[in-house]
Design a protein around this ligand. Structure first.
Ligand code: MCN
Length: 783
């Protein structure tokens, strides 16, 4: 019976309320007396604020208050904290005031806020706030900002270098000296703009009588928001309740604690009214974090037979104008440490420079650091294969880390948990019909048609992670998870969890785990999350950690429930505890399966507590806090097949094959859904998406009209398969799956396009591979 629920493709129980419009998002909440905040934002990327005149705006109809950064500061509201400062990187964290006080540093930087009786009056009054700016020189490029004479953003940050971090394993210089072949590339891993369906929103209600703040907000981690909000608003943590109602996607962009969360709290306190703010889509483009934005100089060294001996990289990571919550950990710990990929690379060195520029702050975007690492490795491996005239499959095969079940240490110091990379590759090749594809490619080339086949074999670090490591790498919090399993007298179950899913589906998969382990119906289990007053402390949903870490907590609580149930059963059946066994929802006497109590019997007896064993507390409820011993490392092999039209530069994605391994699969349909979404987002980076700033720091791709989010019609049917290599890090053997598609698909598709363009002589081309860029590259190569 057990295997029927865990591992089965039951439908997401979240969906009926989502597809029928009954879900409640932050903007749906209406409180008595509620008023609306709007934000005055800088049209300049860099300017001194000479004067702010709020008189006209304050006199506009419905306006209840206009506030500046100075007023917030005077009221004791501090700068927005950065929660991750990597040791040994000499990180500078210049103050990030929620509203700029004397200088604005990016277009969209808040300069004032106002509150009015309705949201239209609030928007109208924004235009009436007069601000005199003295424009300052602007820099938007992460490398240019470090060069002598570049405009300086923060007084104490010389050359805009926010940090310098490096990772070293082995002796990379010696390896390069001794190598037969070296390939190099200059990669622009372009800036991306997260596009959650629901923009950000926050609603604060301050109760002066209780001294309490309730904040409904679009966050992926309400407990972290509560913690950080207590630091910058001065409201004690136990007096803050953060509720993440339905959250319409985040993809990393709703991890940070944002200025507007602090601003609505300030306004609610100042006006003694509930205050709501909802972002417009164009505000979202300018003021919600962006992702990626690396400039990378990279090189790979190998012997003539294809044995890889070293990898060297130098990266300029654009941090934007200020340090957002998790920003510094992304291009360092989550990026640099993954540079061995799935290969044996004995010598690795990377330098990473975090750089301030006059752009929107950069933080985690699906994959966060790992796409930027996997792209480097997979691109270099393909370049090396071409240089050595080897098939990219053969070069990969030669260097793949052999299968392991008990940990494998790579040169950067990480210990991968379990892996069978060649297994995933073989399966993908078989599904693709690789040999036939290569033949088809040659036949088409003979007819002047350009088919490209691209591979990506990847592993990624997720399931963040052991708290001790979190502390050691400078993350300002823990990374354990929590669960409370509560049986009601009727045998129905509530589970309170610290994670905060916002589209991923744990209300379904966690119910599957409980049902499977405890023999209750899946519909008898309700998973509660996203409210700091109702759930135990947890560190949130990101880094594909909810399942690997959260299920560990859930399994710990389930074990306690089972242990207690055995004691109660033994007492009721007058047997000894050692003689009680459990299977499929029944606790029975070993050897006498007809002498049993169901879990529902036990739940009732424990709740009424008429006849409890001596010293055993009433109620069937248990909690667990689970801190994993290691990260988890999902892996897989993706193959993209594209056809390039050499006349128009258009790239058509013909086939996409993905083999992913996330350990034990709880719900294959949900896992496939995650992989689908991930592939689409990674393909977006390869082919269409990219944030473009002009030299004045104006975001030219500032709306969905200009920023090309992929559409369903661009994709073929994905051909998916899974292998199951269990991890030893948590009780179920599960690894994360939320980001793998994004991490693998960008290099797979890029490599496919590069493969198609190689016969045309195209050597290098930057993402996104739009028809115009491809067309130009072909023209340049031909001329
Ligand atoms: N799952 C499973 N079996 C496994 C692993 C996962 O059935 N072996 C299921 C999980 O139980 C869950 C889903 O797959 O229902 C994703 O789980 P997991 O990999 O643990 O990832 P998280 O829940 O921690 O989600 C975070 C991850 C990240 S980091 C980003 S970014 C992302 C993503 O999830 N953002 C998303 N997927 C998203 N999906 C939606 N709809 N919206 C987002 O914002």
């Amino acid at each position: 019976m057990a295997s029927r629920i865990l591992g089965s493709a039951i439908r997401r129980r979240e969906d009926p309320r989502l597809v029928t419009g009954q879900a409640k998002y932050t903007d749906d909440f209406v409180l008595p007396g509620m008023v609306y905040m709007a934000v005055v934002r800088s049209p300049y990327a860099h300017a001194r604020i000479k004067r702010i005149d709020t008189t006209k705006a304050a006199a506009m109809p419905g306006v209840l208050g206009v506030f500046t950064g100075q007023q917030m500061k005077d009221a004791g509201f501090g700068p927005i904290p950065c929660a991750w400062v990597v040791p040994g990187s000499d990180t500078k964290t210049p103050p990030y005031p929620p509203i700029a006080i004397d200088t604005v540093r990016y277009v969209g930087n808040a300069v004032a806020m106002l509150v009015a009786s309705d949201r239209y009056q609030a928007r109208d009054a924004v235009d009436a706030v007069e601000v005199d700016y003295e424009p300052l020189p602007v820099v938007v490029d992460g490398f240019a900002a470090t060069q002598p004479g570049a405009p300086q953003l923060h007084a104490d940050v010389a050359n805009n270098v926010c940090f310098h971090w490096h990772v070293t394993g082995g002796d990379v210089d010696a390896a390069f000296k001794a190598a037969d072949v070296v390939v190099k590339d200059h990669i622009i891993n372009q800036r991306l703009i997260p596009n959650a369906m629901e923009p950000r929103a926050s609603l604060a209600h301050y109760s002066p009588a209780m001294g309490e703040v309730t904040l409904w907000t679009t966050t992926q981690n309400p407990h972290i928001t509560r913690f950080l909000l207590s630091l910058d608003t001065g409201t004690p943590e136990h007096k803050i309740r953060v509720i993440a109602p339905e959250v319409g996607g985040g993809f990393g962009s709703k991890i940070p604690h944002y200025p507007e969360e602090s601003m609505v709290v300030f306004a609610s306190k100042a006006l003694n009214r509930p205050v709501k703010w909802t972002e417009s889509r164009s505000e979202n483009y300018r003021s919600t974090i962006h992702g990626r934005d690396h400039i990378q100089d990279v090189e790979l060294a190998a012997k003539r037979d294809g044995t890889i001996v070293g990898l060297r990289a130098k990266v300029w990571a654009n941090m934007g104008a200020y340090l957002s919550t998790a920003s510094t950990g992304i291009p360092t710990i989550l990026h640099g440490l993954m540079l061995s990929g799935v290969y044996t690379i004995p010598n690795i060195h990377e330098d990473v420079y975090g750089v301030f520029t006059n752009t929107t702050p950069v933080d985690a975007y699906r994959g966060a650091g790992r796409p930027e690492a996997v792209f480097i490795v997979e691109r270099l491996v393909d370049l090396m294969a071409r240089e050595l005239k080897m098939d990219p499959v053969e070069l990969r095969r030669k260097n793949l880390i052999p299968p392991f079940t008990d940990g494998h240490t790579v040169a950067t110091g990480l210990v991968y948990d379990t892996g069978n990379y060649v297994g995933a590759l073989d399966k993908a090749l078989e599904m693709a019909g690789y040999a036939d594809l290569r033949k088809q490619q040659a036949d088409m080339l003979a007819k002047g048609q350009y088919l490209g086949i691209g591979l990506c074999t990847y592993a990624e670090i997720c399931g963040l992670g052991p708290s001790q490591v979190a502390g050691a790498v400078g993350f300002g919090g823990g990374l354990w998870e929590s669960a409370i399993v509560r049986f009601h007298p009727s045998g129905k179950v509530n589970v309170m969890v610290g994670i905060s899913p916002h589209g991923q589906g744990e209300e379904t998969t966690f119910a599957q785990i409980v049902a499977d382990e405890l023999g209750v119906g899946v519909d008898d289990v309700e998973i509660l999350h996203g409210d700091t007053d109702q759930t135990p402390m947890g560190w949130g949903t990101y880094g594909s950690r909810s399942t690997p870490v959260g299920s560990g907590a859930l399994m710990g609580a389930i074990k306690k429930i089972k242990d207690k149930s055995k004691i109660i059963t033994a007492h009721l059946l007058e047997a000894s505890v050692e003689d009680i066994d459990y299977a499929d929802g029944k606790f029975f006497v070993k050897g006498s399966p007809d002498r049993f109590k169901t879990i529902q019997d036990i739940a009732l007896m424990a709740n009424v507590a008429w006849n409890m064993p001596k010293g055993v507390e009433p109620v069937l409820e248990a909690s667990c806090f689970f801190d994993p011993p290691n990260f988890v490392y999902p892996f897989g092999a993706h193959i993209a097949v594209v056809q390039v039209d050499a006349e128009t530069g258009e790239v058509a994605l013909k086939r996409y094959i993905a083999v992913d391994d996330c350990g034990k699969v709880i719900n294959p349909m949900i896992v496939e859904g995650q992989i689908h979404g991930g592939i689409a987002q990674g393909a977006g980076q390869a082919l269409w998406e990219g944030a473009v700033y002009d030299d004045e720091g104006q975001l030219l791709t500032g709306s969905l009209m200009d920023y090309a989010v992929p559409k369903a019609e661009y994709f073929p049917k994905f051909e998916l398969a899974m292998t199951e290599t269990l991890t030893t890090v948590n009780p179920l053997g599960v690894k994360g799956i939320g980001e793998t598609g994004t991490i693998a698909s960008t290099p797979a598709i890029y490599n496919a396009v590069a493969d198609a363009l190689a016969p045309l002589g195209v050597k290098t081309i930057n993402m996104p591979l739009t028809p115009e860029r491809v067309w130009r590259a072909i023209r340049e190569a031909r001329s």
